[in-house]
Design a protein around this ligand. Structure first.
Ligand SMILES: *[C@@H]1O[C@H](CO)[C@@H](O)[C@H](O)[C@H]1NC(C)=O
Ligand SMILES: *[C@@H]1O[C@H](CO)[C@@H](O)[C@H](O)[C@H]1NC(C)=O
Ligand SMILES: *[C@@H]1O[C@H](CO)[C@@H](O)[C@H](O)[C@H]1NC(C)=O
Length: 340
């Protein structure tokens, strides 16, 4: 009888002890995880445009619509830049991207674009116009303008963003219809798309350059949203002529110095000129080498029929994608419908 009750007491003590231990253990486990979360919050998230672009050598792309399905040409443009400029950060600002304030947000953003995420020099940032325009002449204009009433809002907001971003960070801005084929060896340059006429689809300037500031001032003072390009190539041509040089004609394949800015020959980015852009989607007897070009502008704005690169078609575009953006090319072959 005695041994039975001793055994029972012993059993109860053991039971209470076990529960006590379990309780203590779970409590500590909870404390530990909540500490982990807190300590994660304390690590500052410093993958910001300011940090990434601080050396002034970034390549900047901008998407001013909310669209989050880039076309194959846009993916090719960004991928080709990442390959041609492996030592420089490639920053793609997209309006449709949710805010990024942690590594997890960053991973989520990158996972949307598998062909880009394998390149560790590509950074995706949300485009917040008010923030981009802050401390520039464009902010008062932005606060006044009504995007719903603008005919070319996508273009105009893009024209403004690129100026503000290059003013603040320096580097090279490129449109998402340019395939990079060779690094630009210049810091301060504008690009001729035709004789005596500047493009604003690609340019490079150091941070705080007078050209960007003067352009933003003129943008606001002479704003005319009804005319396509008025804040774009027309503005760049105007500012060059007004403050830098009376743009001379090109004699041959040379670049021109225009004040302290190099004005590059149309061959550098427009070896195929505007009116003949469909040549990119044709089969050539012999594919050109483009050996005096840095990039190839595809004139997406003119492409109203939505010509696209068709893998295996042997067109010039087919060859160029294979050579300069092989990840995009492979993805198009694998999941055709999602990338066109
Ligand atoms: C541009 O100006 C800002 C603000 O005045 C300054 O902090 C920055 O160092 C300047 N950057 C360059 C490259 O001159
Ligand atoms: C470039 O030239 C402009 C106009 O002549 C001048 O105001 C500016 O300081 C120069 N900028 C640089 C970076 O040399
Ligand atoms: C560039 O290509 C052309 C033919 O397309 C050739 O005649 C020329 O020698 C090449 N130049 C260089 C520097 O390779």
């Amino acid at each position: 009888m005695i041994t039975m009750s001793v055994f029972r007491s012993f059993f109860i003590i053991m039971l209470v002890g076990t529960f006590g231990f379990l309780y203590w253990f779970i409590l500590n486990l909870e404390k530990k995880t909540s500490n982990d979360i807190n300590s994660k919050k304390e690590v500052p998230y410093n993958i910001t445009p300011k940090e990434i672009l601080r050396n002034g050598n970034g390549i900047i792309f901008v998407e001013t619509t909310d669209r989050m399905q880039p076309t194959s040409l846009e993916l090719c443009a960004v991928e080709s830049a990442a390959r041609i400029y492996p030592d420089r950060p490639i920053a793609f600002f997209m309006k449709g991207l949710p805010d990024i304030s942690s590594i997890e947000d960053e991973d989520r953003a990158k996972n949307r674009f598998p062909t880009l995420s394998s390149h560790d020099n590509i950074y995706l940032f949300p485009l917040r116009l008010e923030e981009v325009f802050r401390s520039t002449p464009l902010l008062p204009w932005y606060k006044k303008v009504n995007p719903n009433k603008e005919v070319y809002w996508t273009h105009v907001s893009s024209d403004g963003s690129r100026l503000a971003l290059i003013w603040k960070y320096g580097g090279i801005y490129m449109d998402t219809d340019i395939i990079s084929i060779c690094p630009v060896p210049l810091t301060n340059f504008l690009v001729a798309e035709a004789p005596r006429f500047s493009s604003n689809g690609v340019f490079g300037l150091s941070a705080n350059h007078t050209f960007s500031w003067k352009s933003m001032e003129d943008f606001v003072q002479n704003y005319n949203g009804a005319v396509w390009g008025y804040q774009g190539p027309n503005l760049f041509t105007r500012i060059l002529k007004k403050f830098f040089c009376d743009i001379p004609e090109f004699k041959s394949k040379e670049d021109i110095m225009c004040g302290n800015i190099t004005f590059t020959n149309p061959d550098r980015f427009y070896p195929i000129r505007g009116p003949t852009w469909k040549r990119y989607f044709e089969v050539w007897d012999k594919n050109p080498t483009f050996n005096s070009s840095y990039g190839l502008h595809f004139f997406n704005f003119a492409n109203k029929e939505h010509y696209t690169m068709v893998p295996g078609s042997k067109t010039l575009a087919d060859h160029l994608y294979q050579q300069y953006c092989p990840s995009t090319y492979d993805a198009i072959i694998r999941h055709k419908s999602t990338y066109l």
